[in-house]
Design a protein around this ligand. Structure first.
Ligand code: SF4
Length: 425
């Protein structure tokens, strides 16, 4: 049976003892790193934020480097990641004011590790014959230059696949070009496919769950949670199965990527086939999973949908919650009429006005009826042209993309609030 180890750790000051405790039932670091080998530690550096602990904590990384060095004698330790598409690694690794208040680069270098910004490093195209969707992708060349890879994710919920821990952290293993590709209902399959690529399976996964992110994670709309836990396993799928259980999923198979990872043979997601060592399994009391309701959920926001998928749905939910958390909706509706958000194939289009936003590329397709009276996808040129004319009306706002990018919704709301303030001044 695959082992997943759990340890309690009250705070980052005691992270090194917590890491030692979680590794002990797995045989310590010596079971994974031989003296003289080089090690790549891959944290989650997605996007530093001043108020939400979205990144693997720099204090956790420092403790991890120290403990590896105390237990083994590696030739080199490299800390490397590329944040989300378009956000430079250099900025993320040198960001001042992330939750821990420490700069990741400086902190890791102080412990003797090298730092590499993966986005500025070399990528190579690889084929993944076993993949179901991600048949080709680009992996960092760094993986060919190290002996051991350690995945160091953060414990977080995620509005789209439910959780982001060991499996989702491997999105940072691929180049920006392929990140937003299939960030729709294919996301979980795409993530599992990455592990099937050459040299892509980490040797070890160690989760920073000392302070996690719950509710509308993984970033700005989420909330910090003192989960005081560290999880470790050589199997990323089993790591996520146990993490999901801790975050409140009674059956981790309800998390799609855990289920896919198990049935694709990448790892073990069935909790009954996992040997939990260290602390016994438990649910984190008070941890909130994201509520994904959109329709009739918010006063003053009407959501009209056609056939849409998790790509735009999750971003829309994330955008609304982000604006809500910042108190911007209350101000917005002091000045504006209810807002209508329209998304998906064949969604009914209201009359365009400044209070309607159309979302996503697939909205250009309408529903048509075939000769038997069955509704079909209207993707012929005439139907698409007719629909595009309505969508491209100068009074309409159409956020294109497949999926949309959530900050564009916030930007429009911010812009309107700014204009209203200027008009008052
Ligand atoms: S544009 Fe349509 S298909 Fe693409 S992510 Fe959005 S809802 Fe899904």
């Amino acid at each position: 049976m695959v082992k997943v180890s759990i340890a309690k750790c009250p705070n980052y000051e005691e992270a090194q003892a917590g890491i030692r405790a979680v590794m002990e039932p797995l045989g310590g670091f010596g079971a994974f790193i031989k003296d003289g080998q080089s090690v790549w530690l891959k944290p989650n550096m997605v996007r530093p934020l001043p108020t939400v602990p979205a990144l693997t904590d720099a204090r956790f990384m420092a403790a991890l480097i120290k403990e590896i060095k105390e237990q083994t004698d590696p030739s080199r330790i490299v800390v490397a990641d590329a944040p989300f598409r378009g956000y430079p690694g250099e900025k993320a690794f040198n960001f001042e004011g992330e939750y821990s208040g420490l700069k990741m680069k400086e902190t890791c270098e102080k412990e003797g590790a090298d730092v590499i910004y993966l986005d500025a490093y070399e990528w190579e195209k690889v084929e993944i014959p076993e993949a179901k969707v991600l048949k080709e992708v680009e992996f960092s060349k760094l993986r060919n230059e190290v002996d051991v890879i350690v995945n160091v994710p953060k414990l977080k919920t995620h509005v789209q696949p439910g959780i982001t821990v060991a499996i989702k952290n491997w999105h940072g293993f691929i180049s920006w070009k392929y990140r937003r590709l299939w960030h729709s209902d294919n996301l979980s399959q795409k993530l599992v496919d990455i592990f099937k690529g050459p040299g892509a399976m980490p040797n070890l996964n160690i989760v920073d769950g000392i302070i996690g992110v719950h509710e509308f994670g993984p970033s700005i709309a989420g909330l910090p949670f003192e989960s005081k836990t560290i999880i470790a396993s050589p199997d990323p799928i089993a790591t996520d199965a146990v993490s999901a259980y801790l975050m409140g999923w009674e059956d981790p198979f309800d998390v799609e990527m855990v289920r896919i990872g198990h049935y694709d043979g990448v790892g073990v997601g069935d909790i009954s086939q996992i040997e939990v060592v260290g602390e016994p399994l438990f649910h984190l009391e008070g941890w909130i999973r994201p509520n994904m309701k959109l329709i009739a959920e918010y006063p003053n926001i009407n959501v009209i949908v056609g056939s849409y998928c998790a790509g735009c749905k999750s971003r829309l939910k994330f955008a609304i919650e982000n604006i809500l958390k910042r108190g911007m909706w209350a101000k917005y509706f002091e000045e504006h009429a209810p807002l209508t958000l329209v998304c998906g194939v064949g969604a009914r289009l209201p009359e365009p006005s400044e209070d309607v936003m159309y979302l996503g590329d697939c909205i250009m397709f309408d529903t048509v009826w075939d000769e038997k009276g069955n509704p079909r996808l209207g993707w012929d040129e005439e139907t698409v042209d007719k629909r595009k004319k309505l969508l491209e009306d100068p009074k309409a706002i159409w956020l294109k993309g497949c999926p949309i990018w959530f900050t564009e919704v916030s930007d429009i709301i911010k812009d309107r609030l700014k204009k209203a303030e200027e008009a008052k001044a």
